[in-house]
Design a protein around this ligand. Structure first.
Ligand code: F6P
Length: 592
């Protein structure tokens, strides 16, 4: 039995916030070992059972699969009557980005089949959140409900899918609650990866319910198949709480399987059965095997990216088709996950917003980080590329190879630190001249060019997600951003992250809750003595204040470990720009 399942293991934390025993020492691993650990963690997505008592549901549990069958039938019904119906997916951060990816790619498939589009996405913070971190909207149930109401005006039937990996986002709770008040129109669905009893139960500022209470009401409706909670347990994340990893991948797997089964039923009159859904799970498991069969090459890229980040270089993903979108998504996640600067990791897609098909259209006037087309890469980035920057092309051999070759040659004139991650098919050859342009190539081989009916690039997307997640996670580990398997320099920009920060302080200092809270507030408000107004402010106000500060959590940690003033903590951190080294030095000194 896995250690984390035992009753005494981090008992106050839900599974999605626990630390994974597999990756306890990932901060000290070399690139190869990091990839090995991530591979094992990702394999947990497909675990058939966690213990002999079946204490936790998994992705292949009968109850989970049955619900997926039901939902696929709902999708089929909506396809039959598309005019007044909608499937809306919504979430915060990565969950919202996946809602976007799935809505746009499945609408694209319907367009090819000359069928009305039925998918829509909502992301907390709006489309800016597709590219940057907009964490604070996550805390507003009212905003979530309002955005959903506006999206569904005039619709007679809506399948609403709220995604919150931790079953925690107030934004999504507000939407589900809104659905449950309008059951004549809505069928509410929640996707997350904790048991309901571990769903977040803290009071939500200015709102009478908690996420758990919303789910409890949903459980009643679930008995009559009027609502659905899909919440298999995937085990803790490789980096504690980083739900972009397994949570994001499993969200993609669950929803694609449901949508594809619904499409097959409608377009090809196939029966939607439990076996059908299980077959898809096996296909995704193969994607894991195929992808990680390239572990050595992934590790090579992790090492290169780590070296670039250590030298304050940049990482640029330049992608084609939806693989470019995977690059944009992975890049955007580095900001909240690793406290990275918006320029550290950037993604570019072929035709920019014309290809992105996002709700709000072209956002390039918002700021330089919102210029995401290859043209922008050529104009803004290429002229300034330095030796420490690394560029990774992402494509499949059924993409436009001439275009890839042109840009690769243009890039090669500026840097030789140019690499390719590509998907290969027996029907397509990779021109030798093109191959030679890259310093390294990582090729993932598939048995055939994917068909529209099988979701076109969905397997390649997941494979690319795993590779990029490994590259960005591993690169930041090598840069010293992670301590054990915790991100210590996380941005304390919403209530969930605030709670995670206090928990990390308690864990590493063994100080009480109130001592940890006090140190965190000192770091947030940058004061030696807290005023009454500061201690009385609510958590949302603390997170607003924290959003303008850097190194909040590391500063609080040093205050507690060294029992020192905030000014001493800051100068100790200044002496060790690498956060992991700073914390290690303080811990070692405290044991003297
Ligand atoms: O608030 C930050 C964050 O953890 C993101 O990194 C994550 O993608 C998002 O919240 C959504 O979390 P969840 O899916 O659990 O609601």
């Amino acid at each position: 039995m896995e250690t984390w399942i035992t009753a005494g293991y981090e008992p106050s934390l839900p599974v999605t916030e626990k630390s994974n025993p597999l990756t306890r020492d990932i901060d000290k691993a070399d690139a190869k070992h990091i990839v090995h650990l991530l591979k094992n963690c990702d394999a947990e997505i497909f675990k058939k059972e966690w213990d002999a008592h079946g204490s936790y549901q998994t992705l292949s549990s009968e109850s989970v699969i049955q619900k997926m069958v039901h939902l696929a039938k709902k999708v089929e019904e909506i396809l039959k009557d598309p005019e007044e119906s909608l499937i809306v997916m919504s979430g915060c951060g990565t969950s919202g980005r996946l809602a976007f990816l799935l809505a746009t790619s499945f609408n694209g498939l319907l367009k090819e089949l000359q069928h009305d589009q039925i998918y829509y996405y909502i992301i907390a913070g709006g489309d800016k959140a597709l590219l940057t971190s907009q964490e604070s909207t996550e805390d507003s149930p009212q905003r979530g409900a309002e955005m959903l109401r506006m999206a569904c005006e005039g619709k007679k039937r809506v399948l609403f899918i709220g995604i919150s990996c931790g079953l925690s986002a107030p934004f999504v709770a507000g939407q589900i609650d809104f659905c449950m008040h309008n059951m004549n129109v809505f069928t509410p669905v929640v996707i997350g990866f904790n048991p309901v009893k571990m769903a977040r139960n803290e009071p939500i500022c200015g709102w009478p319910l908690t996420f758990r209470r919303v789910l409890k009401r949903m459980e009643e409706l679930q008995k009559s198949n009027e609502a659905f909670i899909i919440n298999p347990v995937l085990g803790p994340e490789a980096i504690s709480g980083s739900s972009r990893l397994k949570g994001g991948s499993a969200t993609k797997i669950v929803l694609e399987t449901i949508f594809l089964a619904g499409h097959e039923a409608f377009f090809s009159s196939k029966n939607i059965t439990v076996q059908h859904i299980l077959n898809w799970m096996e296909i995704y498991k193969d994607v894991h095997t195929v992808t990680y069969s390239q572990s050595d090459k992934i590790a090579f890229l992790v090492q290169q990216v780590g070296e670039s980040l250590q030298q304050s270089g940049h990482v640029y993903y330049v992608g084609w088709s939806s693989l470019g979108v995977m690059g944009v998504i992975d890049a955007s996640e580095c900001i909240p996950t690793f406290g990275a600067d918006i320029e550290d990791v950037r993604g570019f897609i072929w035709k920019g917003y014309d290809e992105l098909k996002n709700n709000e259209g072209d956002l390039s006037s918002v700021g330089p980080a919102f210029r995401i087309g290859h043209v922008d890469f050529v104009n803004d980035i290429l002229p300034h590329v330095s030796k420490s920057d690394i560029i990774i092309f992402l494509f499949a051999l059924d993409d436009d190879l001439r275009d890839i070759e042109t840009l690769a040659n243009q890039t090669k004139l500026k840097t030789s630190n140019l690499h390719a991650v590509y998907h290969a098919y027996p029907e397509c050859s990779f021109p030798i001249d093109l191959k030679k342009v890259f310093s390294s190539v990582l090729s993932v081989a598939w048995p055939a060019v994917p068909l529209v009916s099988e979701g076109y690039h969905i397997k390649q997307e997941l494979s690319t997600k795993w590779i990029l997640n490994a590259i960005s996670t591993g690169g930041h580990i090598l840069k010293g951003k992670i301590y054990c398997n915790y991100m210590l320099d996380l941005k304390v920009t919403n209530t969930k992250l605030f709670k995670r920060a206090v928990n990390i302080l308690q864990k590493f200092t063994r100080c009480s809750y109130s001592e940890s809270l006090k140190a965190l507030l000192q770091a947030i408000y940058d004061v030696e003595e807290l005023t009454g107004a500061m201690t009385d402010a609510d958590v949302i106000e603390h997170t607003i204040a924290a959003s303008t500060r850097t190194r909040v959590l590391p500063t609080a940690l040093v205050i507690l470990i060294r029992r020192c003033s905030i000014s001493e903590a800051k100068s100790r951190l200044d002496a060790h720009p690498v956060i992991r080294e700073a914390v290690e030095a303080c811990l070692a000194a405290s044991q003297d």
